[in-house]
Write a protein that binds this ligand. Structure first.
Ligand SMILES: [Zn+2]
Length: 327
């Protein structure tokens, strides 16, 4: 499949419209309507690789626990200051039925453009659910990885052209880099589809040197604040010295998705893209390794209209840069 240079994409989530009540973890009539609306809007805006918006999703770790039939904990405060019930692993993990397959098939069935298949990664599932059974990090991560692997094989068979394995928890135990890599390796065993891993809310300089060893085709990272700092950013300094794009494709976050951050103007985003290219694509042939996207899913932006405006600005900025570069 031929993709344009500086392909545009999303990271995953989108704010739920008011008519989507509750967070069930599976598609119901309301989240189907919302998914279709979101797919259409992405097509209109001109996004190249679509996401389904996760409008059915409760929490990216708890949904898996529920699907596996794990007992749930009491309310637990999560990284974004919301409360969830976490799964309790009290027996060997076993997948009863596909968890994310129907959601992918539904979204991909709505459009000819590629839609990413979305999975939660083994380290994040291990960190955000409790373990009373394995008592050993490696065994726990590999057991979750086996579940994720079954999911990935299902998505591949269903025709997914891109599979994203979300690992926001990468830096919570940055000393477990090798386990993190092993988890992803197991998760993609036998899968030939292009694999992306999205990582976020990290102290990236702590994990940067390990990213190149990840068994993925693309790493997807948030960068908008670093790009505004320019080479004063410690991370960008590290990237310039040894671009991760020497080893794999990179999706660079150029839109800030945090709540209350106003819609950026096109020129701000153009500037961020050029700064990203300066460090990630010092040679012209590296341009094809770079995708452009928001820092993270838009769920945290809360306001769907604002999120759509941010997507429009991102696409306008990419078009401007493509024209200026003559690509
Ligand atoms: Zn994220």
């Amino acid at each position: 499949m031929k993709l344009p240079l500086l392909s545009t994409t999303g990271v995953g989530s989108f704010p739920k419209p008011d008519y989507v009540k509750g967070a069930k973890g599976y598609l119901d009539d309301d989240s189907k309507v919302a998914t279709e609306e979101f797919i259409r809007r992405q097509e209109e805006i001109g996004i190249d690789i679509l996401v389904d918006g996760e409008l059915y999703r409760g929490d990216m770790a708890t949904d898996y626990a529920r699907a596996l039939g794990l007992p749930l904990s009491d309310w637990t405060r999560s990284y974004d200051n919301r409360f969830w019930k976490r799964g309790i692993v009290d027996a060997p993990l076993e997948r009863k039925e596909p968890i994310q397959l129907e959601q992918f098939k539904y979204a991909q069935g709505l459009t000819d453009k590629p839609v990413k298949g979305m999975l939660t990664g083994p380290t994040t599932l291990s960190n955000w659910n409790y373990d009373k059974h394995y008592g050993d990090r490696e065994k726990l991560i590999l057991a979750w990885a086996d579940i994720v692997n079954k999911e990935a094989l299902d998505l591949e068979e269903a025709g997914a052209r891109f599979i994203q394995i979300d690992e926001p928890a990468i830096a919570e135990r940055h000393w477990e880099g090798e386990l993190f890599r092993m988890g992803l390796d197991k998760a993609r065993e036998g899968v030939n589809t292009y694999i992306i891993t999205h990582i976020c809310y990290s102290e990236f300089p702590m994990v940067y040197s390990r990213l190149r060893d990840l068994p993925v085709n693309q790493v997807d990272i948030e960068l908008s604040n670093e790009l505004d700092l320019g080479l004063k950013s410690r991370l960008l300094g590290m990237v310039k010295e040894d671009p991760i794009s020497n080893y794999m494709d990179v999706a660079a976050g150029v839109i800030d998705v945090r709540p209350g951050i106003p819609v950026e103007d096109v020129d701000t985003v153009v500037k961020r893209i050029y700064t990203a290219l300066e460090v990630l694509a010092p040679k012209d042939e590296m341009l094809q390794r770079i995708w452009i996207k928001p820092d993270c899913g838009f769920r945290t932006t809360k306001d769907p209209d604002m999120a759509y405006k941010k997507m429009e600005v991102m696409v306008d900025a990419v078009r401007k840069v493509r024209t200026e570069l003559g690509v």
